[in-house]
Design a protein around this ligand. Structure first.
Ligand code: FAD
Length: 396
């Protein structure tokens, strides 16, 4: 039995590794050319659970990512310029709670691990069409080449061709508002690399919310724009050079490496496998979440391992119903996880775009935070969609 994976993003690479760990031959078909990367730091936060999953399928991989990544130990939240929450975490021996690094760096570690594990790569191979028979999946790439495998994992991102070919619809509310995201270069010892900071209603940015997240080599600035702001204007690099100086004290000669805009989108596919249970969807081919809460890439890793394990179980099944059931279980479990993640991002969005009542509660919490630390904790955690119980979950 051999398996095809469409897409060499983090989800596809993790799936390929997990398949190899099961002893299954795998070919990854990727539209990009060898050696090219997508721009920008994008998904920074690799959760402890993800590090453990990657370590499981490729011993040393989770550790290498953790060692390269940065783990900030200080978290601060400000409300209209006033500190309402601060937590300094002591340094602890053992595996870190997370690692913060550019997505391209994470992909580099995954790619090298895949190559060592014997994953076969076909670059410049954009999947155009998929057809499924009782025993196999056939794939045609835009250059007319044909491929076949017992299963196809669709890890080809938000505009997934595999999902469309399999006739699987996606559902979710319309996109809301927009954010500007910048990568700012910073060297070792830069004070900006020490803490993750969230500003409610930044006083020097007309009351817009700003999140600053450090990673190895720099920090990401995420500005939540207003409904009537112009994305072209705020996302423009020259304009960003001006407003970022108001967001970051002593910005000095630091350089902006990347600027982009994105919208808050929450989308979940109706099914995570096709009707024949031969095509499995993972990562953004199956679901799309806004970055707050770091659910995109981390849940893609969990999908990837679940898909590989289901395929291995299906390969050992003694009957067709048992085979289909193994895939069905993957689809059910991972779709339920995606629905939970989508609800969390809905909570985050409701908090970040609160109406008059919500804003009043946030203001009251900010006023009370010096005497009622729970209010500060709530202001700190709510932008990430943490459940009302206050428990942060690493399960994606
Ligand atoms: C600004 C920003 C910040 C983010 N921050 C975070 C964060 O902190 N934490 C987090 O978890 N997530 C974050 N995300 C989301 C994260 O970047 C995505 O969840 C992640 O890239 C999805 O991985 P993927 O492998 O599913 O898809 P992708 O990374 O999109 O990879 C899909 C791959 O498939 C290839 N492809 C596409 N079509 C085809 C085709 N037809 N045939 C073959 N190959 C194809 C593409 O070239 C690409 O290599 C962020 C995203 C953005 C934009």
């Amino acid at each position: 039995m051999s398996v095809l994976v469409a897409g060499a993003g983090p989800a596809g690479l993790a799936a390929a590794l997990a398949l190899r760990a099961e002893g299954i031959p795998v070919t990854v078909l990727e539209a990009r050319q060898r050696g090219t990367q997508q721009e920008g730091s994008r998904a920074l936060y690799v959760h402890r659970d993800s590090l453990a999953l990657l370590e499981k399928v490729s011993p040393g991989l989770g550790q290498a990512i953790a060692e390269h990544g940065l783990t900030w130990r200080v978290r601060r939240t400000y409300y209209r310029g006033r500190l309402v929450f601060e937590r300094v975490h002591p340094e602890r021996p053992g595996s870190p709670p997370f690692a913060s690094l550019r997505q391209s760096d994470t992909e580099g570690f995954l790619l090298r691990a895949c190559e060592s594990a014997g994953v076969r790569f076909e670059w410049d191979a954009r999947v155009e069409d998929v057809s499924v028979s009782a025993r196999e999946v056939r794939v045609r790439t835009v250059d007319g080449r044909q491929w076949s495998g017992a299963y196809l994992i669709g890890a080809d991102g938000a505009r997934s061709t595999v999902r469309r070919s399999a006739g699987i619809a996606v559902a979710g509310p319309p996109a809301f508002g927009f954010h500007v995201v910048l990568d700012v270069e910073a060297g070792d010892g830069d004070v900006m690399l020490r803490e993750r900071t969230f500003h409610y209603h930044h006083p020097r940015l007309g009351g817009r919310h700003v999140l600053l997240v450090p990673f190895t080599g720099g920090f990401q600035v995420d500005l939540q724009c207003r409904a009537d702001d112009s994305a072209a204007e705020w996302g423009d690099l020259d304009t960003a050079r001006q407003w970022v100086r108001r967001a970051v004290d002593d910005f000095g000669k630091r350089r902006i490496r990347w600027a982009s805009t994105y919208r808050f989108l929450r989308v979940v596919a109706d099914d995570f496998a096709d009707a024949d249970r031969r095509v499995l969807l993972i990562g953004e081919a199956a679901h799309l979440f806004p970055p707050f809460g770091a659910r995109g890439m981390n849940s893609g890793f969990a999908d990837a391992l679940a898909a590989a394990s289901a395929i291995a179980d299906a390969g050992r099944a003694r009957s067709e119903p048992a085979r289909a059931e193994a895939i069905e279980e993957f689809a059910g479990v991972r779709r339920a996880a995606a629905v939970r993640n989508a609800s969390a991002t809905e909570r985050a969005l409701a908090h970040l775009t609160a109406g008059p009542g919500g804003r009043l509660r946030q203001r009251a919490a900010a006023v009370l935070s010096p005497v009622a630390p729970a209010c500060g904790r709530w202001l700190e955690s709510a932008p990430y969609g943490v459940a009302p119980s206050g428990r942060a979950s690493g399960k994606h």
